[in-house]
Design a protein around this ligand. Structure first.
Ligand SMILES: *[C@@H]1O[C@H](CO)[C@@H](O)[C@H](O)[C@H]1NC(C)=O
Ligand SMILES: *[C@@H]1O[C@H](CO)[C@@H](O)[C@H](O)[C@H]1NC(C)=O
Ligand SMILES: *[C@@H]1O[C@H](CO)[C@@H](O)[C@H](O)[C@H]1NC(C)=O
Ligand SMILES: *[C@@H]1O[C@H](CO)[C@@H](O)[C@H](O)[C@H]1NC(C)=O
Ligand SMILES: *[C@@H]1O[C@H](CO)[C@@H](O)[C@H](O)[C@H]1NC(C)=O
Ligand SMILES: *[C@@H]1O[C@H](CO)[C@@H](O)[C@H](O)[C@H]1NC(C)=O
Ligand SMILES: *[C@@H]1O[C@H](CO)[C@@H](O)[C@H](O)[C@H]1NC(C)=O
Ligand SMILES: *[C@@H]1O[C@H](CO)[C@@H](O)[C@H](O)[C@H]1NC(C)=O
Ligand SMILES: *[C@@H]1O[C@H](CO)[C@@H](O)[C@H](O)[C@H]1NC(C)=O
Ligand SMILES: *[C@@H]1O[C@H](CO)[C@@H](O)[C@H](O)[C@H]1NC(C)=O
Ligand SMILES: *[C@@H]1O[C@H](CO)[C@@H](O)[C@H](O)[C@H]1NC(C)=O
Ligand SMILES: *[C@@H]1O[C@H](CO)[C@@H](O)[C@H](O)[C@H]1NC(C)=O
Length: 762
């Protein structure tokens, strides 16, 4: 069942969502919790098999700890964790970071503690060990730094059967949590009731409960984390490659956190409702009789090749999970677009009526799918040109939900908006240590005698261009922050010392590099090469950017350029139920992530680019520590072991602090209202009103004043196209139905197959 057709159907959500037929019987009869999961799954038809959350946890915690394998795992991931750029700063962050963002984390100390707990048999089972490892990296709130052990993520995804939103009654009062389908029903259906706010969750004050839960998310900023608990249209428009319906329902990183057996919501009107939490069964339980056999089947190198969940005999139609499809991904609550990329990674919209001067570029991603790289750039280009041609004078850029993607797409979009401004606002650096030094020496040597060209039919050479010559480990790639070439690998490598750790010299992308398409998914960057003949489409004061705080990785590079170089104002939406300003950019501000698989590939390339004698010598260095497949065998299916590789350091920052650790309030904070959770144009209109219109919707900060004097209306004559558009938008708005707002969007990276060099995975 795809959508919940009526409000009345809602409280049956967990049932509709394939609750096991008779979990209790199965459990009573089964010899162990995992056997009960197996028995329950076997009785279920339909594409998604579920079991009670508590039974799933009991199954996981019945897996005995394999001490020797656990020690091997800890040791084998350590070489990759060295590539994480911020461990020294995480251990000893600036005071403002601790005060306003997150606590310090001693990653290496934490890893040593986990290792000694394994040695001392202090973990009761495999799950306790895996969870400790997962939480160590997650608690850094660096969304690039992640490891999901198999026991945490291969077998189950946890979920709650109810999605929430946090909204302000009037846009001024502090927001309160509500059940989302209540809001949809009261906004779009003919429900005869007024939704009541949630006062308590499991007996605790609701906002406190949700703030605590939000901290299991991937983001840095606490207000951004709070927003990510809830259902949000921008996120839903990305389908299963997003954080789904929010971490409360088990979206994003919420899918790996046990939510308790039940969730009880106490409403302000005195009613309370208890929901059964559940877990989706992700893999086959055939032959699993207990924790030990679950381990043997799924937590070793020889796991079954097929990753598909129980292939049951589906008599009913399988649930149409929102797998991104090439033709069109639904975007509920979005008006008809002028242009959009088919996965909704970028879309251009016009507003109607009093707002007909305003164009909106919605950018919930900087591309994470190979097929979308070129269409993404084209939509931006075509829309900005069309908006200018249509006489639009104002532009809202909405980067809500944007976890990044392809680094150079971030530079390109900024340069589409500001073709003549500097393309740089920050320098990059990475950790300077034995592994990066050796790879750099070898790649630089290999590249030295070879041409820098794409113009060749020689496939060997082309592969070298792609892997080695265009790599950051070739000193001839990139420039100094003064725009000069590096003279040698050692000139690039440095190192410089900071916080007791070593880093390379600052580098920046050479955006006129002939090899740019190899690093960009195929595009050239505006303002460089033959893309130089462009004029700036909108004045900086006629642009504002809105975000939900979920702006990470490439989105933060884009934002740094927009704010520091162009002075564009940023609006942050939502946030905790507290007064005051919030941050607009709440995700990891590292400027490049690497997966362990890619690091191993780099190291193997280094071996392959040396003579046999050199390779033997190399094998005695740190580079000899990357042969083990244990990290890959023990990573949850559909996830990666990943690190933050490059830091961004703001130009002119004498302290050399990575942007991760810099607190930056937004220019204006606007609260979500009920209407904004079912009609995204309500967000854009509030932004337009506050930036250029007669009413200020900012509850903190401001966008430059003049409210009540300036008016959007009348600054431009109405054209016939405006009237046509107005009709289309009105008819879209009137045609919205409760059933348009899906309640089955779950994070699934196996379906999404995301890639990107500046991407925080959901
Ligand atoms: C559990 O055992 C009882 C009594 O033996 C039996 O009637 C029932 O069908 C069994 N249930 C399941 C799910 O196997
Ligand atoms: C524990 O792990 C080791 C590998 O370190 C493996 O050889 C052994 O079979 C595992 N034990 C069990 C009971 O699975
Ligand atoms: C309103 O309620 C009536 C009666 O329950 C139903 O037939 C009708 O379809 C509903 N209309 C909408 C817009 O939901
Ligand atoms: C109280 O509010 C909840 C949530 O909106 C609603 O489901 C419930 O029907 C309301 N109860 C009463 C008695 O109005
Ligand atoms: C939430 O609160 C509980 C109880 O205080 C605590 O154990 C847990 O670590 C908290 N979770 C997070 C993510 O901070
Ligand atoms: C599915 O069920 C049908 C009818 O009961 C049966 O003929 C078919 O063999 C089953 N398929 C599988 C894969 O079990
Ligand atoms: C192709 O390029 C490689 C690497 O530069 C070179 O060794 C090889 O000789 C070239 N092959 C041809 C046919 O030119
Ligand atoms: C930093 O580099 C110096 C040599 O350049 C070395 O002595 C020192 O141990 C390095 N520090 C770290 C933390 O790697
Ligand atoms: C720019 O140069 C590239 C590479 O030479 C070429 O493929 C592309 O068509 C050119 N674009 C324009 C607009 O001339
Ligand atoms: C640059 O753009 C202008 C006007 O848009 C056009 O007339 C001119 O031919 C262009 N020049 C080049 C080199 O493309
Ligand atoms: C290195 O060379 C080996 C042997 O030719 C090959 O199997 C492997 O794929 C190469 N690795 C990379 C990363 O190119
Ligand atoms: C490096 O040493 C490992 C054993 O530690 C061995 O498996 C591998 O084949 C060696 N590789 C090379 C290129 O010498």
């Amino acid at each position: 069942m795809r959508f919940f057709a009526t409000f009345a159907g809602f409280y049956l959500a967990s049932v509709a969502f394939a609750t096991p037929l008779n979990p209790l019987n199965a459990r009573q009869n089964a010899s162990s919790p995992c056997a009960a999961v197996s028995a329950s799954a076997a009785t279920q038809t339909g594409a998604v098999h579920t079991v009670p959350a508590q039974l799933a946890l009991e199954c996981l915690t019945s897996v005995p700890l394999n001490k020797s394998a656990a020690l091997e795992l800890v040791d084998s991931i350590a070489p990759y964790l060295r590539w994480q750029s911020t461990t020294a700063f995480l251990k000893d962050p600036p005071a403002e970071y601790i005060e306003k963002i997150q606590d310090a984390v001693d990653v290496w100390g934490g890893l040593a503690t986990i290792k000694s707990k394994v040695q001392n048999s202090a973990f009761a089972n495999e799950y306790e060990f895996g969870w400790a490892l997962y939480r160590l990296l997650q608690s850094t709130h660096d969304g690039h730094f992640v490891f999901v052990p198999d026991v945490v993520g291969t077998v189950f995804n946890f979920a709650r059967p109810v999605a929430l939103v946090s909204v302000s009654e009037d846009g001024k009062a502090l927001p309160k949590p509500f059940v989302y389908p209540d809001i949809v029903a009261s906004s779009l259906g003919n429900a005869s009731f007024t939704p009541s706010a949630i006062a308590t969750i499991n007996g605790q004050k609701a906002t406190e409960y949700l703030e605590n839960w939000s901290q299991y998310g991937s983001l840095q900023d606490r207000d951004a984390l709070y927003n990510n608990v809830f259902y949000e249209l921008a996120i839903v428009s990305l389908g299963s490659s997003s954080t789904g319906m929010g971490t409360f329902t088990g979206g994003g990183r919420g899918r790996w956190v046990y939510p308790g057996a039940t969730t009880t919501l106490g409403f302000e009107n005195g009613t309370s409702v208890t929901y059964n939490n559940y877990a989706k069964v992700l893999v086959s339980f055939d032959g699993v009789t207990d924790g030990t056999s679950l381990y043997k089947k799924w937590f070793t190198a020889n796991k079954p090749k097929t990753t598909s969940p129980p292939a049951s005999n589906t008599s009913s139609t399988p649930s149409a999970t929102a797998t991104p499809s090439a033709t069109s991904t639904p975007a509920p609550g979005y008006p008809p677009p002028v242009f959009r990329e088919s996965h909704n990674l970028i879309g251009g919209y016009y507003l109607e009526g009093d707002y007909s001067d305003v164009a909106v570029l919605s950018v919930p991603s900087f591309v994470s799918l190979d097929v979308a790289e070129i269409p993404f750039q084209e939509v931006g280009q075509k829309f900005l040109a069309a908006a200018k041609a249509a006489g639009k004078t104002k532009l809202i850029v909405d980067v809500s939900a944007n976890g990044g993607g392809t680094i150079l797409q971030g530079y390109d979009l900024y340069k589409q908006l500001f073709p003549t401004l500097s393309a740089y606002a920050a320098g990059d650096r990475f950790r300077a240590f034995e592994s990066t030094d050796l790879v750099g020496q070898i790649f630089s040597d290999t590249a030295e005698g070879l041409p820098r060209t794409l113009d060749t039919k020689n496939e060997t050479l082309l592969n070298l261009e792609y892997d080695v010559i265009s790599s950051v480990f070739n000193y001839q790639t990139d420039e100094t922050i003064d725009g000069k070439p590096f003279a040698s690998w050692s000139a690039k490598f440095g190192p410089t010392t900071d916080h007791g750790d070593n880093y390379t010299n600052l580098i920046r992308w050479n955006l006129s590099d002939i090899l740019t398409p190899l690093n960009s998914g195929g595009i050239y960057v505006h303002g460089f090469g033959n893309l130089t003949n462009f004029t700036q489409p909108f004045a900086a004061e006629n642009i504002v950017v809105v975000t939900d705080g979920y702006c990470a990785s490439t989105c933060t590079i884009f934002s740094e350029l927009m704010r520091q170089n162009a002075g564009v104002k940023y609006i942050s939406l939502g946030g905790r139920s507290k007064p005051g300003i919030t941050q607009a950019v709440g995700g990891v501000k590292g400027t490049n992530n690497l997966s362990a698989g890619y690091i191993q590939y780099l190291v193997q390339l280094a071996f392959n680019n040396t003579s046999p004698a050199e390779a033997a010598a190399l094998n005695k260095t740190e580079l000899g520590e990357y042969w083990s497949n244990v990290p890959f065998d023990r990573t949850a299916i559909g996830s990666n072991l990943g690190v933050n590789f490059r830091d961004g350091i703001r130009d002119g920052d004498e302290t050399g602090t990575p942007l991760h650790f810099v607190y930056e309030p937004a220019d204006c904070r606007i609260l979500y209202t009920k209407e904004m959770t079912v009609d995204v144009t309500a967000i854009w209109k509030a932004a337009a009103d506050s930036a250029w219109g007669a009413t200020n919707r900012c509850v903190a900060g401001e966008l430059g004043g003049g409210y009540g004097k300036r008016d959007l209306r009348g600054s431009r004559e109405k054209r016939w196209e405006d009237r046509v558009l107005e009709k289309r938008i009105q008819s879209w708005r009137q045609g919205r139905k409760v059933a348009d707002y899906p309640l089955d969007i779950f994070t699934d990276l196996k379906a999404a197959k995301l890639s990107g060099d500046g991407l925080m995975l959901p």
